[in-house]
Design a protein around this ligand. Structure first.
Ligand code: KG4
Ligand code: ZN
Length: 336
């Protein structure tokens, strides 16, 4: 039995798992940031402190437990993320593990997004290419197995989700506005405003979204239509993501595609992923929308994967939070 905690940004999430199987889970999305137009780190940490203990109780009760006695391992995201936010979940989990005499595992948040697909009935066939698109990251990985996940390239500036959020904020769709922009785009004409596609060469596994954001800003200031601009922006981002992903699948002879991270909730991205993967006979692993954005089930499954390889595995209680991950080889174990 694994109790998993995720507090890397502005979602407080807890899950109870038996191996990879979800017994109970809860996510609390902090509303406090919307009026500030972005995540305020100090407010995020305070909110995690207030919400986390109650959320743990709710999840334990939903799983028929009233203490940590039945838990074998506590797992928490160690990074990357906002340090103050990470520390709340990490310190709580380490302290609870120590007090209850249980083992603790620190987890890498980026790997966890991919591990939502681990240990499921529909198994990943390797080699695979993974697209990780969230508010903080946009990267492509080559997966030779669950043990060998190699970074192909990342964004050089903004993450795709960040570009969605900034465009949504600019066009009055609120914060975080990725999902609102997605809805607005459904009503718009994607051909109305041709936008630049920075670093469009499909063979380059890197991204750049800051120029696109500037082009949108100029059009908006000239009175562009909101829905048409949203549709044009969404299509440009999705085309960039898909062309680079499919190029890598072809050159690496991939059999599967894994997609994860908050932007995977985007309806156009989901539609195009399904279409392109089916046309190329690629198995597609797409989380449902709730498990595309931050959640604790993915943290629990990353922990389950570590334990499948080594049932005695544990992280030392000196395991600390880290804001950035700068490796080439991605492991579910939480270290920078
Ligand atoms: O994975 P996530 O919950 O947190 C990070 O690890 O960053 O991703 C959050 C990001 C936000 O930028 C949010 O606007 C974006 O995912 N997002 C979307 C949609 N739903 C969430 N972006 C585009 N379309 C959506 N439907
Ligand atoms: Zn995330």
């Amino acid at each position: 039995m694994i109790l998993a905690v995720e507090t890397s940004c502005d979602d407080t999430a807890v899950a109870l798992l038996e191996g990879c199987h979800a017994i109970a889970e809860r996510v609390h999305s902090q509303e406090v940031h919307s009026k500030h137009g972005g995540v305020v780190p100090e407010l995020a940490s305070r909110s995690h402190m207030e919400i986390l203990p109650g959320l743990v109780n709710d999840v334990l009760l939903a799983g028929g437990m009233d203490s940590l006695e039945g838990i074998d391992v506590l797992a928490a995201t160690a990074g990357p993320g906002l340090t103050g936010s990470l520390l709340v979940g990490l310190a709580w989990s380490k302290a609870a593990a120590w007090a209850a005499g249980k083992r603790f595992l620190g987890i890498n948040h980026l790997a966890a997004h991919l591990y939502i697909h681990y240990g499921q009935e529909h198994q990943v066939v390797f080699p695979a290419v993974a697209l990780l698109v969230s508010g903080g990251h946009t990267s492509l990985f080559r997966m030779n197995s669950w043990q060998e996940i190699l970074l192909l390239g990342s964004t050089r500036d903004d993450a795709a989700g960040e570009a969605f959020d900034k465009t949504a904020k600019l066009t009055g769709l609120g914060y975080p506005g990725g999902a609102a922009l997605d809805i607005a785009a459904d009503k718009g004409n994607p051909d109305r405003y041709p936008l630049p596609s920075p670093m469009a060469d499909p063979s380059l596994p890197e991204f750049s979204f800051s120029g696109l954001k500037t082009a949108v800003k100029l059009l908006w200031e000239k009175g562009a239509d909101r829905s048409d601009l949203a549709a044009s922006f969404r299509r440009t981002v999705v085309d960039l993501l898909i062309s680079k992903l499919m190029y890598q699948c072809e050159v690496l002879g991939a059999k599967s595609v894994l997609s994860a991270g908050g932007v995977t909730a985007n309806s156009l991205l989901r539609e195009v992923l399904r279409k392109e993967c089916s046309a190329r006979n690629l198995e597609l692993f797409l989380p449902d929308k709730e498990h595309s954005t931050d959640n604790a089930l993915m943290v629990g499954r990353a922990a389950a994967a570590i334990l499948d390889r080594n049932p005695e595995a544990f992280s030392p209680l000196s395991c600390n939070a880290f804001a950035r991950w700068s490796g080439r080889s991605l492991s579910p174990i939480g270290s920078p």
